[in-house]
Design a protein around this ligand. Structure first.
Ligand code: SAH
Length: 328
């Protein structure tokens, strides 16, 4: 089967059967590191919504909300600005839907963005969502481009090359990439970005994507598996490790077709929207031990060798909506 189908099947089993986050799980995400992350994103949305004239009705949507921590922290900072929008979650995992319900009361759940009513300005957040969506991979050989597939051999599942075939999915800039080059494309991701773009164009709004990735087109095999906070073989133990690939922000923006800001590094973005001031406020009411934890969280979220540069932030905005904060 193509790598994309493998990735989709493995991840749907993986997320359907566990809460993978935190020290006892497989990996830790930004909202699980500190409440500051969600609070700042809540303030970012409040700011752009206010400057758009505080429309009464909005659709506040999160794609792949994990434990619901990000939304709970966002709602708390929105409430401080006396704004309490209803929440639509797009989540397929029953285990994680339950966790989200524990943290966010009265949310509605949907299996896909298409199922969320398209009737008001869209305010959307997706943290480490697109990296979990399937990518197709193509490998350059001496005779052309081959889809990378997963095959069963004597030693179990392994990657192999399909037949060489002409495909419109290789960007023209990369047609003549050297033998051995890998090109990735995520149709699942660009389809969702196109849907977001259509909604932003119709009703206005803003969308924020945070993920690790690049501005394509680029070559490189970025498929990876993480299990117990360590790299794993993406073709062993299907559905028991988190499979991700880097996000191509250029492809998402192109599919959306709306105004895009960024991508910029997560560190620069969080500093621009006030993480240092927020940390200072929290520090004032904190014990010495808590102060150390706050400083460690800031370093982890913004540090150049931690998440600050690897993770990138991109915003899309609808027609007639103001430029969002946080982008130089
Ligand atoms: N945003 C959260 C979780 C990131 S993990 C955080 O930052 O902590 C990826 C999330 O996307 C999980 O909630 C997972 O169940 C969900 N997910 C993965 N594939 C999905 C799909 N195809 N449709 C909807 N949700 C999906």
């Amino acid at each position: 089967m193509p790598v994309a189908r493998w990735m989709g099947l493995c991840n749907s089993h993986y997320y359907a059967t566990r809460d993978p986050f935190g020290a006892g799980g497989d990996f830790t995400t930004a909202p699980e590191i500190s409440q500051m992350f969600g609070e700042l994103i809540g303030a970012w949305l409040t700011d752009v919504w206010r400057r758009a004239g505080s429309p009464d009705r909005v659709r506040l949507v999160e794609l792949g909300p994990g434990r619901g921590t990000l939304m709970a922290d966002m709602l708390r900072s929105m409430a401080a600005a006396r704004w309490a929008p209803a929440v639509d979650f797009v989540e397929t995992s029953p285990v994680l839907r339950a966790a989200q319900g524990d943290r966010v009361a009265n949310a509605r759940w949907h299996d896909s963005l298409d199922a969320v009513p398209d009737d008001a300005p869209l305010l959307l957040v997706a943290n480490e969502f697109f990296d979990a969506l399937p990518v197709r991979q193509f490998v350059r050989s001496a005779i052309g481009w081959h889809e990378r597939i997963v095959a069963v051999g004597d030693a179990g599942f392994a990657a192999a090359l399909g037949n060489a075939a002409a495909t419109p999915l290789i960007p023209e800039l990369l047609w003549n990439a050297p033998v051995g080059s890998v090109v990735e494309t995520s149709l699942a991701s660009t389809a969702i970005a196109a849907e977001i773009g259509a909604r932003l164009s119709l009703h206005g709004g803003a969308a924020l994507f945070i993920d690790y990735g690049h501005s394509g087109p680029v070559t490189g095999d970025t498929l990876q598996a993480v299990r117990g906070h360590a790299p794993a073989d993406p073709f062993a133990d299907p559905g028991e490790a988190d499979l991700t690939a880097h996000v191509d922000f250029t492809a998402l923006a192109a599919a959306a077709g709306t105004a895009a800001s960024g991508p910029t590094g997560q560190g620069d973005f969080l500093r621009a929207i006030g993480i240092d001031a927020r940390a200072e406020t929290l520090r004032r009411r904190a014990t010495a031990v808590q102060r150390e934890a706050i400083d460690a969280a800031v370093a982890r979220l913004t540090g150049e060798t931690a998440m600050g540069r690897l993770f990138k932030v991109m915003a899309l905005t609808g027609r007639d909506w103001p430029a969002p904060a946080g982008f130089a």
